[in-house]
Design a protein. Structure first.
Length: 213
């Protein structure tokens, strides 16, 4: 295993960078989409119910099946991988954002309105900061889930460490099959831990001190 890694360490590092880049960039887009939808529907019971239902149903859909549907439409490579990762990354963030925005003390909101704040100001200066810890939890969950989805996306020749995993599976019985699978799997785990650590730091830096436990 050490000989396998040492002979391919540059390629493994590059694929690790690709994997992290795919997940992080997709996560940024997914967060923006989820927050916009949550801000639109959180004050409307029917809108929240529909968004939560879509989120729940979406999480039950097999990622490999959706990837198979995307390939005939957009081809193989990076694009279907990005589309699939963004889709799945949006769902946990959307759910947490709706919960966070709705579960705020009504007395606090009434106090903000009493000070002359507009609805937009209440949303941006009160509701969103108060809901931020819950939203960040959703982002962390989404990031970990996206690591696995990004690996599966390699089936459509997407970037990242998933290529090593599929190479190992396609060469079962071969000399390096196990090493390919192990290198890809362990690499995904390491990248996931690093990204989660970064998100923890971001959460602490961007959360109001009064909300930190």
């Amino acid at each position: 295993m050490l000989d396998f890694v040492s002979s391919r360490w540059m390629d493994i590092l590059f694929r690790s960078y690709q994997h992290a880049s795919l997940v992080v960039q997709s996560l940024v887009v997914a967060t923006i989409i989820a927050l916009l939808i949550a801000m639109l529907v959180s004050s409307r019971p029917w809108g929240s119910a529909v968004a939560n239902a879509v989120s729940s149903i979406g999480l039950t859909l097999p990622s490999l099946a959706l990837l198979g549907l995307a390939v005939p439409l957009v081809g193989i490579g990076t694009l279907p991988s990005v589309m699939i990762v963004i889709f799945y990354a949006t769902l946990p963030i959307l759910r947490n954002a709706i919960v966070g925005l709705q579960n705020i003390d009504e007395d606090l909101l009434e106090s903000a309105r009493g000070q002359g704040m507009s609805r937009r100001a209440v949303l941006l200066r009160v509701r969103l900061p108060m809901a931020w810890p819950v939203i960040m939890t959703g982002i962390r969950v989404s990031a970990q889930m996206s690591m696995g989805v990004a690996a599966i996306a390699a089936y459509a020749l997407g970037p990242g460490l998933g290529g090593y995993i599929f190479s190992g599976l396609s060469q079962i019985g071969g000399a390096n099959a196990l090493y390919y699978a192990l290198a890809g799997t362990i690499g995904v785990i390491i990248v996931a831990l690093i990204v989660d650590l970064v998100l923890v730091l971001i959460a602490r830096l961007t959360t109001s001190k009064g909300l930190l436990v």
